[in-house]
Design a protein around this ligand. Structure first.
Ligand SMILES: *[C@@H]1O[C@H](CO)[C@@H](O)[C@H](O)[C@H]1NC(C)=O
Ligand SMILES: *[C@@H]1O[C@H](CO)[C@@H](O)[C@H](O)[C@H]1NC(C)=O
Length: 334
């Protein structure tokens, strides 16, 4: 009993001393239950002629809604007042076509948006008496116009190329806004910037752009994989658009060149070593899986041979008989 009364007395003293704190706290608690804006959801990069939904995500709390107003770049285009009949009305703002049937106190639907519909969209909500609170939030929208087609590749020779010939191809992404970003790849790898010629975007009708990126390089033997070279061009607009086109062409007269590169390159297997490796492998199989034992579907792989090492004992330690014969072979060879 005693400690409790002590506490309450102290509290009372504090309360008595600071009524302003209490009022402040009440106000804070009170306003945290009042009308608040959670978010205003505006599509960031919608495509032209689509239908979009703008959402005003407010929280009324105990308040009653007086009005919701929508603005584009400061001009009001839609208003919802629950007490009015009808509750909603819209105003003429260029490039803002409200679908009134689908719009309400929470969201607005716009149809047939165009490049000119881009701008800052604001939602403003107000509560009724006694608080008359007004809150707002906004989002930026940039309408994009997608290219008319996939990237167009021109100038390539579909018949094929010879080693040391030049490949000169243009990649064009027609009529978009903003201009599409183009990239070239050779056999799926990024291209050396020295092979790329960036042409300025061409401004076509209705404020649209045509992007062109030129790829020009001299073909080397290594560009041909299984006899073909593949060049690919990708076209992107922000994260909203991605298309690619490619050219898969054969190498011409690769026969001799291919042979040449094989003899010039480092030999994988010295032909004089081959019989020795074969015998070793057979021996290994015989000794590891002797015929009297059960023959599983054993796979025989070439044991790791290091020509420089005179002691293969370190790597192979399964069978001592095998080791003996191994060493014998090794000695007989050297
Ligand atoms: C690529 O486009 C440029 C600029 O339009 C032009 O000069 C060039 O001839 C074109 N190259 C090919 C291979 O079509
Ligand atoms: C293969 O190895 C032998 C020695 O074992 C050597 O004389 C010969 O030059 C090698 N051949 C090649 C093509 O490297």
């Amino acid at each position: 009993m005693k400690p409790r009364s002590t506490i309450s007395t102290t509290n009372m003293v504090h309360v008595a001393l600071s009524p302003s704190i209490v009022i402040f706290c009440l106000l804070v608690i009170d306003s945290s239950f009042a009308l608040q804006m959670r978010s205003v959801d505006i599509p960031r990069f919608p495509t032209s002629s689509s239908t979009i939904r703008l959402v005003c995500n407010y929280d009324l709390g105990p308040d009653r809604l007086y009005s919701v107003k929508w603005y584009k770049d400061g001009s009001e285009f839609y208003r919802y007042v629950p007490k009015d009949t009808p509750p909603s009305q819209y105003f003429n703002v260029p490039s803002v076509l409200v679908d009134q049937d689908q719009s309400n106190d929470r969201e607005v639907v716009l149809r047939e948006i165009s490049l000119l519909s881009s701008g800052i969209y604001t939602c403003e909500a107000s509560s009724e008496a006694p608080r008359f609170k007004t809150i707002s939030g906004q989002g930026h929208m940039k309408v994009i116009d997608l290219p008319d087609s996939k990237p167009i590749l021109s100038g390539g020779s579909p018949k094929g190329y010879r080693v040391s010939e030049w490949m000169d191809v243009n990649c064009t992404s027609p009529n978009s806004r903003p201009p599409a970003q183009l990239k070239w790849y050779i056999n799926n790898e990024m291209v050396d910037p020295r092979y790329i010629i960036q042409l300025p975007p061409f401004k076509s009708h209705a404020g649209l752009y045509t992007s062109t990126l030129r790829l020009r390089f001299q073909l080397k033997r290594h560009h041909f994989i299984q006899g073909h070279v593949t060049v690919k061009c990708t076209s992107t607009i922000y994260t909203e658009y991605f298309e690619s086109s490619h050219l898969h062409v054969p190498g011409l007269g690769l026969g001799e060149k291919a042979l040449e590169s094989r003899t010039n390159g480092s030999p994988r297997l010295n032909s004089s070593q081959f019989p020795f490796l074969l015998i070793s492998c057979l021996l290994f199989c015989l000794l590891t899986f002797p015929p009297q034992e059960e023959f599983g579907p054993a796979t025989c792989s070439t044991p790791p041979v290091s020509r420089g090492s005179p002691h293969p004992t370190r790597t192979i330690s399964t069978s001592s008989t095998f080791l003996t014969s191994w060493n014998t072979i090794g000695t007989s060879r050297s």
